[in-house]
Design a protein around this ligand. Structure first.
Ligand code: SAH
Length: 402
């Protein structure tokens, strides 16, 4: 028997992980029960909340304008709202941002913030400036239960889902930290859910956050500039195809099931063929351009020419591109980064095999802000990791069959 928390960690389906207008935040988020955090509400939910307060739905527009266009987090400063409404908001609502525990800046300008989730838990977000864009990499969970063999976050185990307000709050807070001004240029042009956690395992809180990122009254980001990265939760990819149109990135990391099941244990439940089918379905349903397949380059594990050719055979002729990620090491990982030459050759073979491929530049590694290096602070894990659960389930089955 798995607990509710375990279910939530892996499938995102358990009761209690959702949020609705007026119902407060998800259990365990440490937020006040009496006041609704407006950062957790989509436009429709905010309209419903305004109606609940006896106010007109258009107040939601004004509120979103203050919140997202002007970066205002104090009701008393919202000067075009009636005083009575402001007082009501102060009593019933709040604009609560994650609290910054610490921050660091890398030599390449990458910035990383450690944010408090609860007394003893923390998660991270990273800002990556480039000449033509500014990318914010945000977290969706405190820790992660998916147990990918090479990922530092996985070593932490899973603590809990972040609420919608905590996910949206990261972008809001980063804007403020980076000096956003109401009429000024965008500082954050891209948001990627590639920080701590498996976003599709926190479906109910992540999808409303995506809606707020895309909403023209919200952060008004283009759907091509909001990327959700998943390790491959197939049922949730199908569900996402019905719900929202964002850029999809999938952590593939191996061209065959035997290796992928070792590196990304969710593959034992949803093997490559099933995963790819879900990806093509997503592209069809959302009329998308392509899925980005992330492939971490691990020396002598998944970086041989034969593996590059096998990967090309899997993806050629499909709406797919591959992003090769040089492995970012951390103490005790047990893996090594492929050489630059091996990475270049791998990319070359993919291109020759008819598959678009790029190499991700490593950013922020001197402050452990690169892919897979985010660890936050995760104690009090409520959930065993997926790899060991799958193994336990397998040995139970083997025991019955013996
Ligand atoms: N849970 C999501 C987001 C993970 S982070 C997912 O699995 O897609 C984004 C990418 O970084 C993923 O492809 C992940 O597999 C990769 N990654 C994890 N650890 C890494 C490491 N140490 N070096 C390089 N990439 C890593």
């Amino acid at each position: 028997m798995s607990t509710d928390a375990e279910q939530t960690a892996v499938s995102g389906e358990a009761a209690g992980s959702g949020e609705a207008a007026g119902s407060g935040e998800s259990a365990g988020s440490g937020e006040s029960a009496a006041r609704v955090n407006l950062l957790g509400l989509t436009r429709e939910q905010l309209q419903a909340f305004c109606a609940l307060l006896g106010s007109k739905p258009f107040r939601a527009r004004q509120l979103m304008n203050w919140l997202y266009k002007r970066g205002c987090d104090r009701f008393e400063d919202m000067s075009d709202l009636a005083l009575g409404f402001r007082a009501l908001l102060a009593a019933r609502a709040e604009i609560r941002l994650p609290e910054i525990v610490s921050q660091q800046q890398a030599s390449d300008g990458t910035r990383k913030w450690l944010l408090r989730a609860d007394q003893s838990q923390a998660f991270e977000m990273v800002y990556i400036p480039e000449s033509d864009r500014g990318t914010l990499c945000i977290s969706s969970q405190v820790g992660c239960a998916l147990d990918c063999a090479f990922c530092a976050t996985a070593q932490q185990g899973f603590n809990r889902n972040l609420s919608t307000a905590e996910i949206v709050g990261q972008v809001w807070l980063a804007n403020r930290e980076l000096g956003f001004e109401p009429a000024g240029d965008r500082i954050i042009t891209n948001v990627v859910l590639m920080g701590m956690g498996e976003p599709l395992a926190n479906y109910r809180n992540v999808v409303p956050a995506l809606r707020i990122f895309l909403d023209d009254l919200g952060f008004d980001l283009s759907r091509r500039r909001v990327t959700l990265s998943t390790s491959g939760l197939v049922p949730q990819i199908h569900r996402l195809a019905q719900d929202i149109n964002v850029a999809l990135a999938v952590s593939l990391h191996a061209p065959d099931d035997e290796l992928r099941s070792q590196l990304v244990p969710i593959n034992r439940l949803h093997p490559i063929a099933e995963l790819l089918e879900a990806c093509w379905h997503y592209i069809d349903e959302q009329n998308g351009r392509s899925v980005t397949f992330e492939y971490v380059m691990l020396e002598q594990i998944n970086d041989s020419p034969a593996q590059a050719r096998a990967l090309a055979r899997l993806l050629a002729g499909r709406p797919a591109k591959v992003n090769l990620i040089p492995f970012n090491p951390y103490p005790g990982s047990g893996f090594r980064r492929s050489s630059d030459a091996a990475i270049a050759q791998f990319r070359d073979l993919l291109l020759r095999g008819g598959v678009m491929a790029t190499v991700r530049r490593t950013r922020g590694d001197d402050i452990d802000a690169a892919c897979g290096q985010l660890v936050g602070r995760v104690t009090d894990r409520t959930v065993v990791r997926l790899g060991s659960r799958v193994e336990a389930a397998r040995s139970r089955v083997a025991g019955v069959q013996a």
